[in-house]
Design a protein around this ligand. Structure first.
Ligand SMILES: Nc1ncnc2c1ncn2[C@@H]1O[C@H](COP(=O)(O)OP(=O)(O)OP(=O)(O)O)[C@@H](O)[C@H]1O
Ligand SMILES: [Mg+2]
Length: 204
């Protein structure tokens, strides 16, 4: 999915947080979104995802304002991931149920994510008891299971050990190749941005 931002102005309590004249996220690219703490990266992802609606300006998705068909294809992993108070397995399975994928196939797909993200040992654990890094992995697996065409990742590997973060990057690259999706990847890690992203955008 292609995203174009035009004349975006976002304020919180009269304070300008984002003032972006024109920004373009090309279809099929992995874009690193960088900037200081408080620069507005998370706010920008919330606006693009459609969660935050209070702003001036225009966001176009494949040339159109946000429609239901776009919303269904946008996946987001928030900086503080929100998971259902159910098992890890059920959390990852949920979007597959929504997509009406049959039970046997669902199990196969969820087992694949559990294996790839090294979550097999905790598949029955309730998501509200997970560590920060575990929760981020589960939230990412759940987002991927929904087969998004636009994936918004807010410091998703920040709490994850470097080796595991590299494994997740590899997995994301392979998903990206399969789906030709656009990924906006917020990170403070410049080495990671250089390694993983096609291009980078800085916001102030
Ligand atoms: N709901 C809110 N009400 C008031 N101010 C807010 C709200 N949400 C965010 N802000 C402020 O907006 C600014 C941008 O916040 P945001 O979370 O987007 O920054 P960020 O670039 O993601 O920072 P970080 O790198 O620390 O995650 C911050 O100064 C923050 O305090
Ligand atoms: Mg943030």
């Amino acid at each position: 999915m292609e995203v174009r931002i035009q004349k975006l102005l976002k304020k919180y309590n009269q304070k300008t947080i984002l003032d972006i004249l024109d920004m373009h996220f090309k279809e099929g690219t992995i874009i690193g979104l960088l900037g200081d703490n408080g620069a507005g990266k998370s706010t920008l992802l919330k606006i693009i995802s459609g969660i935050e609606k209070d702003y001036e300006g225009q966001i176009l998705y494949n040339g159109y304002p946000l429609k239901d068909c776009h919303k269904q294809r946008i996946g987001m992993v928030s900086q503080k991931p929100y998971l259902f108070k159910r098992s890890v397995f059920e959390n990852i399975e949920y979007p597959l149920k929504i997509r009406k994928i049959e039970k046997k196939k669902r199990k196969e797909i969820v087992d694949g994510y559990l294996r790839e993200m090294n979550l097999e040992a905790i598949k029955g654990q309730r998501a509200d008891t997970l560590s920060g890094g575990e929760a981020q992995k589960v939230a990412l697996a759940r987002a991927l299971a929904a087969a998004p065409k636009l994936l918004l990742l807010d410091e998703t590997t920040a709490n994850i050990h470097e080796e595991a973060a590299c494994a997740i990057e590899t997995q994301l690259k392979s998903y990206h190749e399969q789906m030709g999706c656009t990924i906006i990847f917020v990170t403070h890690n410049l080495t990671q941005a250089e390694r993983f992203c096609d291009e980078c955008v800085w916001i102030k």
